[in-house]
Write a protein that binds this ligand. Structure first.
Ligand code: B12
Length: 249
């Protein structure tokens, strides 16, 4: 089904309207933009003009969706309550807003049998114009030499205070010229700042200073910080302390 720009908006706007108040952001992209940059092993098998949406969580998702989700008691015995909560929220918004569409929903933590991620979240966020992906190869003659360094996305308003949660692929919805690619803002532009960002993300990511590489409009609340600083294996215990889980286990 070929779509005009009006129709792109008819898909994007309802999802935005339902996910934005819950602390998420939604950005459209074409599968072809993603496939143009990733290696053959990471290609997504849809036609180049297929419409997709990348979903980010912003700081307020924790209070708007996660704490209420905990209150419902849904997270007893789940591997990762955040992933569970995000999956439930995204799935229900998609089926409510796009009941007529076949949507493949891929989450950031999902892996293929060969243990590669099902989609590269940072690349998707970059090509959608949501958050610029700073890669080690963006720095010429880097001070870290040949050491393996990971890249990091920076959001123009949230710095590093967000996560990339899902890619929604609208199967059979082809958009052609109706969707134009926009460059994500280059908010960390000097060579020195890029070096600082990549060093923080790789060498001291636990102190979260990479998230403040630019001044952010919003960041994680003290309660959210406490949750994410707690190692995943100890989060159940923390939730119990907060009174969200039953005492007996
Ligand atoms: C596996 C993984 C890890 C592994 C390995 C990291 C890695 N990058 O390979 C480990 C365990 C080390 C890790 C650690 C962390 N991770 Co991690 N991780 C992932 C995961 C699941 C997959 C990443 C991956 O395998 N990449 C594969 C490599 C090959 O991809 P790549 O290097 O980007 O290469 C591609 C691009 O370069 C692209 N490309 C080529 N040319 C061009 C040109 C352009 C312009 C573009 C845009 C792209 C592009 O093609 C290449 C592939 O062919 C992602 C979620 C996801 N589904 O993507 C989160 C993710 C990258 N991690 C994240 C985070 C936050 C972390 C941690 C801070 C811990 C945490 N969760 O708080 C640490 C920090 C890193 C560190 N210092 O250890 C965030 C990053 C958010 C951000 N702002 O960028 C992600 C996106 C998760 C999320 N939900 O938001 N992680």
């Amino acid at each position: 089904m070929a779509m005009s720009s009006d129709t792109v908006l008819n898909v994007v706007e309802p999802l935005r309207e339902s996910l934005t108040p819950l602390g998420f952001e939604v950005y459209p992209l074409k599968i072809g933009w993603y496939n143009a940059v990733v290696s053959p092993a990471h290609q997504l098998y849809y036609s180049a003009d297929t419409l997709a949406l990348v979903v980010l969580s912003t700081p307020s998702m924790f209070e708007k969706v996660f704490l209420p989700f905990l209150q419902t008691g849904c997270c007893e015995d789940v591997r990762d309550p955040i992933d569970q909560c995000v999956a439930q929220t995204v799935r229900s918004c998609v089926s409510e807003c796009l009941p007529e569409q076949t949507v493949d929903i891929i989450f950031d933590h999902e892996m293929l049998p060969n243990r590669k991620p099902k989609f590269l979240a940072q690349t998707a966020a970059h090509v959608a114009g949501a958050a610029r992906y700073y890669r080690p190869s963006d720095v010429q003659d880097p001070p870290w030499g040949d050491k393996k360094m990971f890249g990091v996305c920076v959001h123009p308003r949230l710095g590093g205070w967000f996560a990339i949660r899902a890619l929604l692929v609208l199967k059979g919805v082809e958009v052609g010229e109706a969707l134009q690619q926009v460059d994500p803002p280059n908010c960390v532009s000097s060579r020195e700042a890029k070096i600082e960002l990549l060093e923080r993300f790789n060498l001291c990511w636990r102190d979260w200073t990479y998230r403040d590489i630019i001044l952010a409009e919003e960041s994680y609340s003290p309660q959210q910080r406490q949750y994410f600083i707690t190692p995943p294996g100890k989060r159940q215990e923390l939730l119990r302390q907060w009174g969200f889980l039953s005492q007996a286990d």
